[in-house]
Design a protein around this ligand. Structure first.
Ligand code: DAH
Length: 341
């Protein structure tokens, strides 16, 4: 027994000292120590010559020897993996896929809206986000002290001259009529600002698309048909529309347009507040006073205008029900939007 233990101790040292860096060395090691005809198997055979009372101790010593040999073999195999190239890099390993970025849902909706109206011959117009009182209010038939000014909580930048953050993209209508002669056919996508407390349903900035068409013989029927075409392209051909009379200082007559709820199909849900209809935009015939403000002959020309919120369209299309998500830059939210134009 004493002799056997000495032999095992020696083997342990031998195993610890074994060096090899390629597959062949690892395999040679395995055959020599761990193979069916290897040294460890051979020593196990000595068990029968060990006295009964020492069998347990001998077994433990043999187990630790076997474990040591197995660990050594594993590390030799690891060395083999690393030695597949000179640089120690395994070029055959699959790489990390680079994730492709997606568009922001508001951009997706804006691009879709723009592409639909472009097909109808509308051009894109842009205006400044920092506006003066004239273009944002007065020119739009909202003179000072007009009660409708209070509906839009304005961020004023300075008092005299009056600079403010535009509260709606209707200001671009004013700028277009100021600088262009009819026919005018534009849409204006852009960011607008209102002094609102941020919540799931209100935000201090959001996005609108304004539309304006001024020419001879433009009628309310043109307005209806244009907007009906738009919603069919946006939400599918089965969508229904309805117009409700409304009031905007810059249009007369004015209306709000609802579409049939695409979530519940009209049977009632939280989006449509169980009415089957969701409001999506305001519109109307351009007020003759506005045309006159810009020297456009209101006896000869008529026009229609509309304005809609992109977040609203996005809410209906993608069922996003918290406005704050759009500006929080949470990739878990943004990652859900892929594709699109
Ligand atoms: N400017 C309106 C708003 O922000 C939306 C709007 C309504 C625009 C009617 C229009 C229109 O051009 O004709 O609530």
């Amino acid at each position: 027994m004493e002799q056997l233990l000495q032999q095992i101790e020696q083997l342990k040292q031998e195993i610890n000292a074994f060096e090899g860096v390629n597959g062949e060395a690892a395999e040679a090691f395995r055959i020599k120590y761990l193979g069916t005809k290897g040294i460890i198997k051979g020593l196990m055979g000595e068990m029968k010559s060990v006295p009964n009372e020492q069998k347990k101790d001998f077994g433990q010593v043999m187990n630790s020897l076997k474990q040591l040999a197995e660990e050594k073999w594993e590390s030799l195999k690891g060395a083999e993996d690393n030695s597949t190239t000179e640089s120690g890099i395994d070029w055959s390993l699959p790489g990390d896929a680079a994730s492709v970025g997606g568009r922001h849902p508001i951009s997706l909706v804006r691009n879709q809206i723009v592409s639909i109206f472009k097909r109808l011959g509308f051009a894109i117009a842009e205006g400044p986000e920092i506006e003066d009182d004239w273009h944002n209010f007065t020119a739009l038939n909202l003179p000072e002290n007009h009660p409708a000014r209070d509906m839009q909580d304005t961020f004023y930048i300075s008092q005299n001259p009056d600079w403010l953050l535009r509260t709606h993209t209707s200001s671009v209508q004013a700028r277009m009529m100021e600088t262009h002669k009819p026919p005018i056919r534009i849409i204006c996508p852009g960011r607008v600002y209102r002094n609102e407390t941020i919540s799931a349903r209100a935000h201090c900035f959001f996005h609108q698309v304004e539309g304006l068409y001024v020419d001879e013989h433009v009628s309310f029927a043109d307005l209806k048909q244009t907007l009906y075409f738009f919603v069919k392209e946006m939400f599918g051909k089965d969508v229904k529309v309805r117009f409700r009379p409304s009031y905007f200082p810059f249009t007369e007559p004015s209306a709000e347009m609802d579409i049939s709820c695409s979530v519940c199909g009209g049977s009632g849900c939280s989006l449509c507040k169980h009415t089957g209809w969701v409001e999506i935009l305001g519109c109307g015939m351009v007020h003759p006073k506005m045309l006159d403000n810009f020297g456009i002959d209101s006896n000869k020309y008529t026009g229609f205008a509309f304005g809609m919120g992109m977040e609203r369209i996005c809410q209906i299309k993608y069922r996003v029900n918290d406005l704050r998500l759009y500006s929080q830059n949470d990739v878990r939210f943004l990652k859900q939007f892929t594709g699109g134009i």
